[in-house]
Design a protein around this ligand. Structure first.
Ligand code: G1P
Ligand code: ZN
Length: 544
């Protein structure tokens, strides 16, 4: 066994996006492609000698092949100890949990989240720091820079590691410890929530729940926690076996892609509570009997009910939401008299606020919610938080939501996505919007007056770093907003996301259909951006 130095040449497309590097599997399968990115990452981290690492992924096609390469490269770069999830599995939240529990130097997570998997699907890789959270822009920028000038990488020529059994093995002087992928995470959940109360709820016989793991990574976690530890009947978790192609599905927990669950939750004999998670387990969708809870409302409701959960009983230090997320949680923060932060899209922007204890709960409209227990959003955590609330309040989901609106008002909210637009068209559209920004403030549209119009810029209050051009915001007096941004996670052309929000304090007007309630703002959003004219699209691809 020996370490080898392999000559290579740079690829020019290894710039990490909103959440690491995501590409088609066949891109990653090119000779040296993964190796270049891994070496560029290790080099960006400085001296890796004697360091410790966590490695795992969502189990999609190419996961194990990539892990074998990464382990051999980690050994050649001097890492001392690596923890790997059994069979190469670690959900994104579990990886964050394991990095923190074992005080590792960092971790490599292999996932393209909810993007379709399989040989013709997507693959992804990202690095998380010692705090368990995604690498900040200073590191991802350095990785990209290294990737543009790389000329060689180091790798061991050892045999593959056996990932199917727990225990320690040696790889050219580096210890590889294959760990149970679920246990540490499940233990952490038991520390945070009132498992006794949830157990009682799930076993009392008149409460039914359904969890859709969508054939992705959360299956084993949900079965262990919900069915084994909390006593929910077998079969509570559906599609619980992770498959390398996610059963040819699109494991994005929303009303469009989680059809099976949505159909059941909107049927005559619907369970009391339904939830789903995505490919790598960090997203969540919450449903009640014939009701869908928007992620922005869910975040606000968790914040308003946090005192019911043992881990948060001492009070929240603050809350944070991504800019496009509705302002519902801000109203809760105002009432609790705690800080409310507005950050750019992407979980990495919450890291400093969590580390500095300036935010306890965080969330994004894109079905992501989490807290200071780890440094990633966490799908099952959100589900358990809801179960904890349901156990404590003994009310149906719909009542909890409606009581919330009565108290705080309702933020009607929708997101319209236009997927796979040719990149040039999308850029023209954004420029066209940008050109209008200076003139918009003060203009009136259907009785709404524009209060501000800008391209969102964020100054991190902890380290003062600045992130510019994070999305176009058009804000109206009274709090209504239209926001436009281009996705940073797509792998085909550009995806335009349009976010529309309107606040309604009047209880008699809180029960409209969301698309109807927002119809005039939706029309305005289309006409300001000239979506039809500039892209030829007459309707969004996905509405959430
Ligand atoms: C999307 C979501 C964003 C989330 C990210 C990673 O990014 O909008 O909130 O953090 O996926 O899950 P986008 O494609 O919009 O850049
Ligand atoms: Zn995800």
């Amino acid at each position: 066994m020996a370490f080898m130095t392999v000559q290579t040449a740079p690829f020019d497309d290894q710039k990490p996006g909103t959440s690491g590097l995501r590409k088609k599997v066949k891109t990653f399968q090119q000779a040296h492609y993964l190796e270049n990115f891994v070496q560029s990452t290790f080099d960006a981290l400085g001296d890796c000698h004697g360091q410790t690492l966590v490695v795992g992924g969502d189990g999609r096609f190419y996961n194990q092949t990539a892990i074998q390469i990464i382990l051999k490269m980690a050994a050649a770069s001097g890492f001392r100890h690596v923890w790997v999830g059994q069979n190469g599995i670690l959900s994104t939240p579990a990886a964050s949990c394991v990095i923190r529990r074992y005080q590792a130097f960092g971790g490599i997570i292999l996932s393209a989240s909810h993007n379709p998997a399989g040989e013709h699907g997507d693959f992804g890789i990202k690095f998380n720091m010692a705090n368990g959270g995604p690498a900040p822009e200073s590191i991802t920028g350095a990785i990209f820079k290294n990737s543009l000038s790389i000329s060689e990488y180091q790798i061991s020529d050892s045999d593959d590691i056996n990932l199917s059994e727990t225990g320690t093995q040696n790889l050219d002087g580096m210890t590889v410890e294959v760990i149970d992928a679920v246990a540490d995470y499940a233990d952490l959940m038991a520390e945070l929530f009132d498992f006794a109360a949830i157990h009682k709820l799930l076993t009392r016989g008149d409460f039914r729940m359904r969890f859709d793991a969508m054939h992705a990574v959360t299956g084993p976690y949900a079965i262990e926690i919900l069915e084994k530890r909390l006593g929910a009947p077998e079969g509570t978790v559906i599609n619980g076996i992770p498959l390398p192609d996610f059963g040819e599905g699109h494991p994005d927990p929303n009303l469009t892609y989680a059809e099976e669950l949505v159909e059941e939750m909107f049927s005559a004999d619907a369970p009391d509570f339904g939830a789903a998670s995505d490919g790598d387990g960090d997203r969540n969708m919450i449903l009640g009997n014939n009701v869908f809870v928007t992620p922005s409302d869910s975040l606000a409701i968790l914040a308003a009910n946090a005192d019911l959960v043992p881990a948060y009983r001492g009070g929240l230090k603050g809350v944070a939401r991504s800019m496009p997320t509705s302002q519902a949680v801000d109203r809760v923060a105002a009432k609790l008299n705690i800080e409310a932060h507005e950050t750019p899209t992407g979980w990495k922007f919450f890291g400093n606020l969590l580390d500095a204890d300036r935010a306890t709960l965080c969330g994004e409209e894109s079905f992501g919610t989490g807290s200071n227990h780890i440094r990633e959003k966490d799908g099952l955590w959100a589900v358990l938080f809801w179960l904890n609330i349901l156990a404590a309040r003994d009310l149906p989901v719909v009542d909890i939501v409606e009581h919330h609106w009565q108290e705080y008002g309702r933020n009607y909210y929708t997101r319209h996505d236009y997927e796979a637009i040719p990149t040039e068209q999308a850029q023209t559209l954004m420029q066209h919007l940008e050109h209008q920004l200076a003139d918009l403030p003060g203009s009136q549209f259907d009785g709404r007056k524009v209060q501000y119009a800008d391209n969102f810029s964020y100054r991190d209050p902890v380290d003062n770093s600045v992130a510019d051009k994070q999305g176009i915001r058009i804000g109206f007096e009274g709090g209504d907003r239209i926001i436009y941004r281009l996705s940073g996670t797509g792998t085909e052309g550009a995806t335009l996301r349009v976010y529309i929000e309107s606040y309604q304090a009047d209880q008699n007007k809180q029960h409209l259909d969301t698309q109807q309630a927002l119809a005039d703002l939706i029309e305005l959003a289309e006409s300001l951006a000239m979506i039809r004219d500039l892209t030829g699209r007459t309707a969004p691809t996905v509405i959430t």
